[in-house]
Ligand binder design. Structure first.
Ligand code: 5GP
Length: 190
C-alpha cells in the first residue's frame, strides 16, 4: 500500500475546502480520486451513500474501529464519527490514481504523519471567523445550534494551520482554486 500520492485538504467547516476539492477532481490530468470517508452522522440533503460518504450506524462504525479498519478516525462532533478506511485508499491506488481527502484537521495531520513523503497537506483558511459564520448560515443545511458548534470548533482548528505543508487563503474563490491547483500540480510532478 504505497503507490500514489495523498493530497489532504483540511479546514474548519465552511471554509470552502469542499468546493476546492470538487474543482480539482474535475481536472482530468491531475488524476485524482476522492477518498470517500465513513461517517456515523446523518445524511444531509442531496448526499448519496457510497458517493459523498459511506453512512454507517454508530455501532458499525465502532466495530470498524475495533477491527482496526481505519487509517485514521475522529469523533469530529459528539457521536459524529468520521474516518478513512484503509480499503478506500487501497481502492484508489489500485485504480492507479492519487487520493484527495476532504477531512478534518486532526485526521489530515495524522495522514501526513503516517505517509510524510507521499502526502501534501493543505490548510484552507477562511478570511475571518465572521465570514465563516455567514457562509455556514447561507448553506442552510444545519440548525443554529449546529452552526455555533462548528464555529466554536473553528477557532481551535485555525491555530493548527502552521502545522500544514501549505496554507491557501480562501478570500476570493477564483484565487483559492488557482492556488490550490498549482500546489497540487507541482507536488504530483515532483
Ligand atoms: P461534514 O459533516 O460537514 O460533512 O464534515 C464535518 C467535518 O468532518 C469536516 O471538517 C470534514 O472534513 C471532516 N471529515 C470528513 N471525513 C473525514 C474523515 O474521514 N476523517 C476525519 N478525521 N475527518 C473527516
Amino acid at each position: 500500500m504505497n503507490q500514489g500520492k495523498l493530497i489532504v485538504f483540511s479546514a474548519p467547516s465552511g471554509s470552502g475546502k469542499t468546493t476546492i476539492v470538487r474543482h480539482l477532481l474535475g481536472i482530468e490530468d491531475l488524476n485524482l480520486e476522492f477518498s470517500i470517508s465513513a461517517t456515523s452522522r446523518e445524511r444531509r440533503g442531496t448526499e448519496v451513500d457510497g458517493k459523498d460518504y459511506y453512512f454507517l450506524s454508530l455501532k458499525d462504525f465502532k466495530q470498524h474501529i475495533k477491527n482496526e479498519d481505519f487509517l485514521e478516525w475522529e469523533e469530529v462532533y459528539r457521536d459524529n464519527f468520521y474516518g478513512t478506511l484503509k480499503s478506500e485508499v487501497e481502492r484508489i491506488w489500485t485504480m492507479g490514481k492519487h487520493v484527495i481527502f476532504d477531512i478534518d484537521v486532526s485526521g489530515g495531520l495524522r495522514i501526513k504523519r503516517k505517509f510524510p513523503e507521499q502526502t501534501l497537506s493543505i490548510f484552507v483558511k477562511p478570511p475571518s471567523i465572521d465570514e465563516l459564520k455567514i457562509r455556514l448560515k447561507n448553506r442552510k443545511t444545519e440548525s443554529e445550534e449546529k452552526i455555533s458548534m462548528r464555529v466554536s470548533k473553528a477557532s481551535a482548528e485555525l491555530a493548527t494551520a502552521p502545522l500544514f505543508d501549505k496554507i491557501v487563503i480562501n478570500d476570493t474563490l477564483e484565487h483559492a482554486l488557482e492556488e490550490a491547483e498549482n500546489l497540487v500540480r507541482d507536488f504530483i510532478k515532483s
